[in-house]
Design a protein. Structure first.
Length: 282
């Protein structure tokens, strides 16, 4: 158990700016999972006009649009509390735009490069590729014990890790960027991902990972409650949906390749026909 009298403090950072797609639910999941394991827990909602204390155990940052994203960077840099908390060993869960702003720089619709908080070794850039939207399925790093991680992605930015390791390998969807099949960032203090859902509701093993990293905390075994099985059922449904998306994309890609080949062949035939001045390919 946690130290005598200890309460797990979960800080939800700027939910008024960074809370799209239910990402604020990650803080709720951490608190509920802590209580399920026999611990006390409280959520501290920190608005963009509030000071970020450095005494919480876990900090949760969600996604957001370009304007709120830039406002969050300005507020967090001016405050400095989040940086102090991480320097002090706190845990961090960051999703999508929340992950982007923690990096060295990120892109918006108005600027190809906005200075980030510089707390994570990553950079996010513009891309000419289609926006990444849909179910995301990731095989998590074995050290997490999370197995398959499921979520929903919706982002235009493409994130490159400058060093360190990702949360896992992408099996379906895009993840960090089209050029490599990885998602998020993982360290001894940080779980970051492009998975909305919320991430920890879909993947409670990651919530337990974060809680178990808090100094002085030992997680008691979970009671065998009937409703716990429903979490597994939801995960199975979402994993199946992600795999179905992957199969559809493979079919469309194959069809597009075949159509492109057919067009090239037809063009070659036309150029080699009568009056073309070229020898027939037939």
């Amino acid at each position: 158990m946690a130290g005598a009298g200890k309460t797990i403090r979960v800080a939800l950072v700027y939910p008024d700016l960074l809370g799209t797609y239910g990402d604020s639910g990650n803080a709720q999941v951490l608190a509920v999972r802590a209580r399920m394991h026999g611990l006390r827990a409280e959520i501290l909602a920190i608005g963009s006009g509030d000071a970020i204390g450095d005494d919480a155990d876990v900090y949760v940052i969600g996604g957001g649009e370009d304007g709120p994203q830039q406002a969050a960077v300005v507020a967090a840099r001016r405050d400095g509390g989040l940086a102090r908390a991480l320097q002090g060993g706190a845990q961090l869960v960051a999703i999508c735009a929340g992950m982007q702003i923690l990096g060295q720089a990120f892109a918006t619709a108005d600027s190809p490069s906005v200075e980030g908080l510089g707390l994570l070794p990553l950079i996010t850039r513009h891309s000419n590729r289609p926006r990444a939207v849909g179910e995301l399925l990731v095989e998590a790093d074995p050290s997490t014990g999370a197995g398959l991680v499921t979520g929903y992605e919706n982002h235009a930015g493409q994130t490159e890790l400058l060093e360190g390791r990702p949360l896992g390998q992408v099996l379906a969807g895009v993840g960090n960027r089209y050029e490599e099949s990885i998602d998020g960032f993982l360290s001894g203090q940080v779980v970051a991902s492009y998975c909305h859902g919320p991430l920890l509701a879909r993947n409670p093993a990651l919530a337990d990972l974060v809680l178990g990293r808090i100094p002085g905390v030992v997680l008691a075994p979970l009671a065998d409650e009937p409703w716990v099985a429903s979490i597994g059922e939801m995960r199975s449904e979402r994993i199946a949906a992600a795999r179905a998306r992957h199969r559809r994309e493979e079919v469309l890609e194959a069809a597009g390749g075949a159509a492109s080949a057919a067009r090239r062949w037809a063009s070659a035939l036309r150029s080699s026909g009568p009056g073309s001045g070229r020898r027939s390919l037939l």
